[in-house]
Design a protein around this ligand. Structure first.
Ligand code: ZN
Length: 264
């Protein structure tokens, strides 16, 4: 049996090289096979190329691990008629595609383990809601509005948000509609805001449009606001820190900008 030598390659990965030809690599170091007494030059060359390749892979591995794509596991609970099953499958695909995107938009750190949610389709009042790790969708609604699949993006945003307290709810809902209408469906037609009645706290689409306007002027605003909600430190008096002006001034500017005549 030949003598063995140890060399440190990088980042604590240790390679053990046997004098003759066999080697193996850390972190699991075990000697493999028998060591032949007279290895050929070609054999030695192949082993060193293999060692170099392994070193490169191990060197690169931690860097790749840092860019972890958040994973989602979805279970469907639905009546078994063909239309609902098809809609539910499409919704599942949409959630899996958009989960990492929403995580990126909000900048909310997700657990290492996959997020496990249930998509429940059933007869119920209303359109859809998110509760715990479940998203419930009205079967009557999807039958009457089969193209409204974007509602799933709104509800999935609530799953990503997971704020300890959804208060103020207009911020939580405004962010969810911002993700749906300005990130997922940015080209969808929008009815104009009636500024004689509208308020920034109207929630949903009005708030979403306002948030979009702020985000364009202050890139990173949505992430900041989401972080504030996550830390439960929201305050009406803090808007100057997040968007460089008090909220009433921002709303007034948004109103003025939105009412400018569109250049043709
Ligand atoms: Zn909502």
């Amino acid at each position: 049996m030949g003598l063995k030598y140890r060399i440190i390659v990088s980042r604590g990965y240790r390679f053990t090289v046997y004098r003759d030809w066999r080697y193996t690599a850390a972190p699991v170091i075990t000697r493999i096979g028998r060591i032949p007494r007279e290895p050929s030059k070609e054999c030695l060359m192949k082993q060193w190329i293999g060692l170099l390749g392994l070193a490169l892979v191990l060197h690169a591995a931690p860097a790749r691990a840092e860019v972890r794509t958040p994973k989602l596991e979805v279970t469907i609970v639905a009546p078994q008629d063909a239309k609902t099953v098809k809609w539910a499958e499409d919704a599942k695909k949409l959630t899996q595609k958009w989960y990492p995107k929403i995580v990126e938009i909000l900048g909310v750190e997700q657990p290492v383990d996959p997020l496990r949610i249930k998509l429940v389709f059933r007869k119920m009042e209303g359109v859809a809601y998110s509760s715990g790790r479940e998203i419930h969708v009205s079967t009557d609604w999807i039958e009457q509005h089969p193209d409204d699949i974007g509602l799933v993006v709104h509800e999935l945003t609530h799953q990503v948000q997971s704020y300890p307290d959804y208060d103020p709810s207009w911020v939580t809902e405004g962010i969810a509609d911002y993700v749906r209408w300005w990130c997922y469906e940015p080209k969808s037609p929008r009815s104009p805001i009636n500024f004689s009645r509208a308020k920034y706290s109207d929630s949903y689409r009005t708030t979403a449009a306002f948030f979009h306007w702020i985000e364009v002027k202050n890139p990173g605003f949505i992430k900041t606001l989401s972080d504030v909600m996550l830390k439960n430190t929201y305050g009406d008096d803090r808007w100057s820190q997040w968007a460089n002006a008090p909220i009433d001034d921002l709303w007034a500017q948004f109103k003025a900008d939105s009412q400018k005549p569109v250049k043709k």
